[in-house]
Design a protein around this ligand. Structure first.
Ligand code: ZN
Length: 306
């Protein structure tokens, strides 16, 4: 789009600079009129090309994927021609208050382990349907964590960074004096502020934060039920076992589920709008570039969830 447009500008510029427009002296008026007649269709065609390509820069053309041409930090996507989803980099980075956001609702304690958790309305409706069907089949789903904005994630991250809270079973500050090593340790299970899927209001953690709970008994039954049924309600497990299909990112999290009808758009938006150098505002943020936080973590998800 940009290239075509700039070609048109050149074409129009050439026409404007041509003798057609410089010979405006009244003595040459008959010649001017004659030339106008000859050139009018050409000028009209050039004008048509020029204006037909003048769409807003924020509109996304799929052909621009993986290019550096998008300067706007706002993106609009059509979801199967129905819902128009507007995504800003600030939204993706969790720079908002869910309790004040019109698309977010508080989760009833019927479904959650505590008060004060939020989800996007559409995600909540889908979860409630899944909850009821699961319940009839003897599965008791409980939301342990939902939306966490930038500030909430920053508290978690910095407590681990300073060793106030254990990270993967160790005091990260004492064990890893090197900033990149320390960040990599925290990243086993926690996201850097600004890069978490929990910012989006589409992701939930269910029942237990321990993979071993899901390996037997009630937990295994619940996990198997989710593997078989969650996709019927739009949910997908983004952090599956690391391996060939998912070479980079967080360790496996059997508790973390993502609502794809919204999250797929956000993942695509994150690919285009989030830059490692823009991840900032917390201790250790300078490691984001070396770690490649966007490509390796934000996009390091189960390919089925993309
Ligand atoms: Zn989670």
């Amino acid at each position: 789009m940009g290239i075509i447009q700039s070609k048109n500008v050149v074409l129009l510029g050439m026409l404007l600079k041509s003798e057609l427009f410089t010979n405006y002296d009244i003595r040459f008026f008959p010649i001017f009129i004659t030339k106008m007649k000859l050139f009018t269709p050409l000028i009209l065609f050039a004008l048509f090309l020029f204006f037909s390509c003048g769409e807003p820069t924020a509109a996304i053309d799929e052909s621009l994927e993986d290019t550096e041409e998008i300067s706007s930090d706002v993106m609009e996507e059509k979801d199967e021609g129905k819902t128009e989803i507007k995504v800003s980099a600030d939204f993706l980075r969790g720079k908002f208050a869910p309790e004040q956001h019109e698309d977010f609702v508080e989760i009833s304690t019927k479904y959650a382990s505590r008060e004060g958790m939020y989800l996007q309305r559409e995600v909540y409706e889908a979860f409630k349907q899944m909850y009821e069907v699961a319940k009839k089949e003897g599965i008791s789903l409980e939301i342990r964590s939902a939306t966490r904005n930038f500030d909430a994630q920053k508290r978690i991250w910095e407590n681990k960074w300073l060793g106030k809270r254990p990270s993967a079973g160790v005091n990260a500050m004492e064990t890893y004096p090197d900033p990149v090593d320390r960040a990599n340790n925290i990243l086993l299970y926690s996201s850097m502020p600004g890069t978490s899927r929990h910012h989006w209001g589409t992701d939930i953690d269910l029942n237990s934060f321990d993979n071993s709970w899901f390996a037997e008994g009630e937990g295994l039954k619940l996990y198997n039920w989710m593997l078989e049924n969650a996709s019927n309600f739009g949910f997908c497990q983004p952090y599956t076992e690391l391996g060939e299909d998912r070479p980079t990112g967080y360790q496996e999290e059997k508790w973390h589920w993502s609502y794809l009808p919204l999250a797929v758009s956000y993942t695509q938006a994150a690919k285009k709008l989030l830059r490692n150098e823009d991840i900032s505002g917390f201790m250790g943020a300078e490691t984001a570039i070396e770690i490649g936080i966007v490509e390796n973590y934000v996009l390091g998800i189960n390919p089925v969830c993309k």
